[in-house]
Ligand binder design. Sequence first.
Ligand code: FES
Length: 113
Amino acid sequence: MVEAKWIDIGPVEQLPALGARTLPVQGGQEIAIFRTATGSIHALANKCPHKDGPLSQGMVHDTSVTCPLHNWRISLLTGEALGEDKGCVPVIPVKVDAGRIYIERVAALAGVA
Ligand code: FES
C-alpha cells in the first residue's frame, strides 16, 4: 500500500491567527505549526537553531517568529535566522485544503528526526 504524501493534522480554525501548536513526531521531536496574521500556515521543526528554544512559544510577526529564549528571529518561509544571526531550522511543507491543514509526510518525519 502506498502511504499518503500528506498528513491531515486538523482544521485550520483550531489554530488562531498569530498562534502556534505543536505536533509530536518520532524520536521525541516536535513540529511547530504557525498561523500568520494574514492566515498563511507554516511548519518548522520546533527547535531554534541557536540553542533549541521552543519556537512554538515565540511571537509571530509577519512571516517570522521570535524565539522566546534569546529573541532570534526565524523566517517561517525559509527556516533561516534573520538579521545578524546565522542558522537554519528545517521547514516542513504545508498545504491547506478544504479548511484542513496537511503537512508533507516525508519532510515531517525526516526533517526533525
Ligand atoms: S535558543 Fe532561540 S534565540 Fe537562543
